[in-house]
Design a protein around this ligand. Structure first.
Ligand code: OGA
Ligand code: NI
Length: 354
């Protein structure tokens, strides 16, 4: 993927300001700059909390247990169709590793800006510490700093952009993303079964489990209700596995036209279907619009691991799933198009419908 990121030549304008540094000055003295103020959220608030955790929970240990697998797979399929999102529990990832991962990313973002800037996104690059989806000086900005890295396949890593502080960072990220990729692979297999499509065909699209991570740091904001951590979007990949790296919530998903707050269970992975799986499944599985809001007092850190297509490939609906309702597109063109489009809900995906 690193190589393909280089091929993409996406032109983000390089928005240099660290939101974390800005948040500190806003906290001490003053007002949030106008370019971060998002009047649309007041007009489009989340629905009154419908009793918290409505999001389906899928239990990996049940998927893997012959006695419960059929029942749990049906639940998985239904979650992918109706929600496009679920929480994965009992995923068997090593607790110590998760703890170390959380500690290392928190420590990285806690470093002075000069030290984080050692891995700043280079001009016209995509990987490193900085911001994505900034195309003009006029546009509104998200209240987030990020660290974006290609993690798989291993030979495509741009290690020069992997932090060396804290000293355990690289090793931890390597182990975390490796374990996560096998969780993703297992999920792809159960999804193929549920869909009744050939497992190897589905797995083939994600051959070698290409993966990148977007580590999001949302600083606290005194005017949290006026800023957005992450604009409404869908993920331009097969599937995303999100880890809450501290215990601060903020993810919202759009279901039946309304925003719902997600309450991630401790230790759970929040999984969502991306645009590619929506296309492959001919719309059966849904790539749901989501956004992140900011906490007034606490920083929020999440690690989104995106599982994307193996290039070169073509992305189009499985024939077994009926008359195609989406165009068949080249995988690299699709990914380029995703990054060249503004983060605007489902707009890019909708443009690929027939
Ligand atoms: C993402 C994403 C949500 C969150 O990185 O694509 O949707 O809560 N993150 O950080
Ligand atoms: Ni996302």
């Amino acid at each position: 993927m690193a190589e393909s990121f280089d091929k993409m030549k996406v032109e983000f304008t390089g928005h240099e300001e660290s939101v974390q540094a800005l948040a500190a000055t806003v906290h001490d003295s003053g007002e949030v700059p106008e370019k971060y103020i998002r009047p649309e959220i007041e007009a489009d608030p989340p629905a009154a909390d419908a009793g918290g955790n409505a999001l389906p929970t899928i239990d990996m240990s049940r998927l893997l247990d012959p006695e419960f697998s059929v029942e749990e797979s049906a639940k998985l399929g239904s979650a992918c169709e109706h929600w496009g999102f679920f929480q994965l529990v009992n995923h068997a990832m090593d607790g110590g590793l998760l703890g170390q991962t959380k500690a290392d990313v928190a420590e990285f973002f806690g470093l002075p800006l000069e030290e984080k800037s050692a891995v700043a996104i280079p001009p016209n690059g995509m990987q490193g510490f900085g911001h994505h989806f900034v195309f003009s000086k006029e546009q509104k900005l998200d209240w987030v700093d990020l660290l974006f890295l290609a993690t798989r396949p291993a030979q495509e890593r741009s290690l020069d952009l992997w932090p060396t502080k804290p000293s355990t960072f690289r090793d931890t990220l390597d182990k975390y993303t490796t374990e996560l990729a096998s969780v993703a692979e297992q999920l792809f297999r159960f999804m193929a079964k549920d869909l009744g499509v050939d497992q190897e065909a589905l797995l083939g699209t994600f051959k070698g489990l290409p993966q990148c991570v977007r580590i999001n740091y949302y600083p606290p904001c005194r005017q949290a209700g006026k800023v957005l951590g992450l604009s409404p979007h869908t993920d331009g990949v097969g599937m995303t596995l999100l880890l809450h790296a501290n215990d601060v919530q903020g993810l919202q998903i759009r279901k039946d036209g309304e925003w719902f707050s997600v309450h991630a269970l401790p230790g759970a992975l929040v999984v969502n279907i991306g645009d590619v799986l929506e296309i492959l499944t001919n719309g059966k599985y849904r790539s749901i619009e989501h956004r992140a809001v900011v906490n007034p007092d606490k920083e929020r850190i999440t690690i989104a691991a995106f599982h994307s297509v193996h290039l070169p490939c073509t992305i189009g609906p499985f024939q077994e799933l009926g008359d195609a309702r989406y165009k068949t597109v080249d995988g690299l063109d699709f990914t380029k198009g995703y990054f060249a489009a503004k983060l605007e809900g489902r707009r890019y995906l909708e443009s690929l419908k027939l």
